[in-house]
Design a binder for this molecule. Structure first.
Ligand SMILES: NC(=O)c1ccc[n+]([C@@H]2O[C@H](COP(=O)([O-])OP(=O)(O)OC[C@H]3O[C@@H](n4cnc5c(N)ncnc54)[C@H](OP(=O)(O)O)[C@@H]3O)[C@@H](O)[C@H]2O)c1
Length: 323
């Protein structure tokens, strides 16, 4: 079967299509003939910086949709041919993937395989950030960095659905602002001025909840626009800055909280919790009308072009590889 690998860290050109042996499922595992693979920023971090790469060569790809090829001996509740989506620790850019049964989900009724591939990573992430970590309450004001990207597009809609009184987004360009305004955001600010803008629109009070996938200076400026008892959740480091540090001066005056979250770590340590979270989050799509538009689709062998598009800072919504 064909799969994408990289044997060294570097630019998109290090992604190569190779022929490898198709996997067979062991106990507790399922193989899936992949229809679509989702592209996540973590794949780009893996390729460029070795994020969560144990050894080379490495096969990127954290989420797929497709049809079950075979189920392992002790797997129940799944049958060959069934349409599923799966969250993986890697290897999703391939014609066939091996997934732990615990991280395989039936595609909800009425959804296509194409939409299915957009669900496993960003939906549970955005849901956990807002509801589990930040504990969104009716009437809260919410600020989301990277509002036009995969997680950001869903986070705006989930915040609105969860009862937020105002949802603000931050993006790097006017084009991205237009996309975010269609995804649940009341107002969208540019990265250069967002702190001034937030103070202006909140009458100086700041926000109750802020979600930050960027880190570095953006994290510090986001912390500075929290209101009383505000909660800031860090969930990425797109800016590749040194890890943030905070002290009592950052939290005592307003009773602020700073938290973090990693879906990959939770999936590895607590697959049952991933399943519960995914079921609630997928329900937001099937019952709540949350949408994650696919902005571009590429052939598997052209995965490098998908990475280039994300790194150009012009992508919005979700990017997929078509297998
Ligand atoms: N902790 C978790 O469990 C978890 C799970 C999923 C994703 N994430 C994180 O959430 C973030 C979004 O992930 P995603 O897969 O949905 O990606 P994405 O948002 O579709 O694309 C990356 C986003 O990062 C922003 N960005 C900032 N600096 C960038 C840079 N130097 N190069 C490219 N983009 C840059 C871009 O927005 P602007 O151009 O508007 O700044 C862009 O929207 C990433 O940081 C990812 O690692 C975390």
């Amino acid at each position: 079967m064909r799969a994408i690998v990289f044997e060294e860290f570097g630019g998109p050109e290090v992604l190569k299509a190779v022929d490898v042996t198709a996997p067979e499922p062991g106990p507790g595992e399922i193989t899936i003939a992949v229809a679509y693979a989702g592209v996540n920023f973590a794949d780009i971090k893996a390729r460029a910086d070795g994020y969560r790469v144990d050894a080379l060569p490495f096969r990127p790809g954290l989420e797929v949709s497709g049809r079950i090829r075979a189920v392992g001996a002790d797997v129940t509740g799944f049958t060959p041919g069934q349409e599923v989506a799966a969250f993986l620790s890697g290897g999703g850019y391939a014609e066939t993937v091996l997934a732990p049964a615990a991280a395989v989900f039936a595609i909800p009724d009425g959804l296509s395989l194409r939409t299915g591939a957009t669900l496993p990573s960003v939906l549970p992430t955005a849901y956990a950030l807002l509801h589990e970590v930040a504990r969104l309450r009716e009437g809260d004001t919410v600020l989301v960095q990277g509002a036009a990207g995969g997680v950001g597009t869903v986070a705006g809609q989930l915040a609105r659905m969860g009862g937020a009184s105002a949802v603000y987004g931050v993006v790097s360009s006017f084009d991205k602002a237009e996309h975010a305004l269609k995804s649940g955001y009341d107002q969208v600010f540019l990265a250069d001025t967002f702190d001034r803008d937030v103070r202006r629109v909140t009458g100086g009070r700041g926000v109750d909840i802020a979600l930050d996938p960027v880190g570095g200076e953006t994290f510090q400026r986001t912390l500075a626009v929290l209101g009383r008892f505000g909660r800031l959740v860090s969930f990425g480091n797109t800016g590749s800055d040194a890890p943030w540090q905070i002290g009592p001066d950052d939290t005592y005056p307003l009773g602020a909280s700073v938290a973090g979250f990693s879906l990959l770590t939770m999936a590895a340590a607590d697959p049952q919790r991933l399943r519960e979270l995914a079921e609630k989050a997928f329900g937001a799509v099937t019952e709540g009308g949350v949408e994650l538009p696919v902005s571009a689709e590429f052939e598997l062998a052209d995965a490098a072009s998908a990475h280039r598009l994300v790194e150009s800072r012009t992508s919005t919504g979700k990017l997929l590889l078509r297998i």
